[in-house]
Design a protein around this ligand. Structure first.
Ligand SMILES: Nc1ncnc2c1ncn2[C@@H]1O[C@H](COP(=O)(O)OP(=O)(O)OP(=O)(O)O)[C@@H](O)[C@H]1O
Length: 274
């Protein structure tokens, strides 16, 4: 469903991605890890159509990406900048659905359903700033879910919440992935998390930025924060990914966004509310 071929990206004379190849299958959850600065966010932004790569090609569902694809949603780490503070929680979730041509009542119903699926069914009338950080990130995830993208991109989505909330959100993503069969590409700095949520862990190398290793995660699909992390396969994979990331950092052996669904177009202020 997603094919990245010989992707290259330069900022000025700094080459960040250099001939990166990656394929993601329909319904797969791929964790993307790598040393700081190896280009994980750059890769995600190229896939989201937010920056135009200097070389190579990205194909989503058979269509080369050239601009923000309609069929994609992004969840960023910084939820405080990706939610609109002047819109209610429900309006934030419903807004991108306009791109799908849905009527007002269908947008409201889809927003409510998505909010319920992340445990925020009662929060629709509140404003984002009335919620905790973890709840705001749930709203961002609900917005992405309501949009029903064929591909969900997540850039360090749990990087700004406390440890307990982080575990809850990891389990939430696993549940929506399992229930909805969504294809997900998730960037994380946390090696344990990459193994815990992933069907596959892809390790990027720095200088040059390309795929260093791909490790299938042979864990049971039903995961549990305590039991799964104690399994020998989990411990083995965590150590292997950790070694690969450190090796990638030393060069040994060798990615405010826009809301889900892309840009909001040219809405006037009065047009925002549902
Ligand atoms: N807009 C930009 N202009 C110039 N250089 C940039 C820009 N964005 C990123 N870079 C540089 O490109 C390199 C890769 O950055 P990127 O954010 O993609 O890496 P990353 O792997 O996501 O890093 P981290 O794990 O620290 O978040 C870094 O050296 C960064 O300074």
């Amino acid at each position: 469903m997603l094919e990245i071929n010989e992707l290259t990206h330069r900022y000025g004379d700094q080459t960040v991605l250099a001939g990166l190849n990656l394929k993601v299958a329909q319904g797969e959850l791929v964790s993307l890890v790598g040393p700081s600065g190896c280009g994980k966010s750059t890769l995600l932004r190229c896939v989201a159509g937010l920056i135009r790569p200097t070389g190579g090609q990205i194909v989503l569902n058979g269509n080369p990406i050239d601009g923000v694809p309609d069929d994609l949603a992004v969840v960023f780490q910084d939820y405080s900048r990706s939610l609109f503070p002047w819109l209610s929680v429900r309006d934030n979730v419903a807004l991108p659905l306009r791109r799908k041509g849905k009527g007002r009542s269908a947008r409201r119903a889809a927003a409510q359903e998505a909010l319920e699926s992340v445990g925020l069914g009662d929060a629709g009338r509140k404003f984002p700033w009335q919620l905790s950080g973890g709840m705001q990130q749930r709203v961002s995830i609900a917005r992405a879910l309501a949009y029903r993208p064929s591909l969900l991109l997540m850039d360090e989505p749990f990087g700004s919440v406390d440890a307990q909330t982080r575990e809850d959100l990891e389990d939430l993503v696993l549940r929506v992935h399992r229930d909805g069969g969504m294809t997900i590409l998730l960037v994380t700095h946390d090696i344990d998390e990459s193994v815990y949520v992933g069907d596959r862990v892809v390790v990027l190398a720095r200088n040059p930025g390309r795929v260093r290793a791909e490790l299938p995660v042979g864990l049971p699909s039903a995961r549990d924060q305590i039991e799964t992390r104690g399994l020998p396969e989990f411990v083995r994979l965590r150590a292997e990914v950790g070694r690969l990331v450190r090796g990638s950092a030393t060069g040994d052996g060798a990615a405010a966004g826009s809301p889900a669904g892309g840009t909001t177009g040219s809405l006037r202020k009065d047009d925002w509310h549902d």
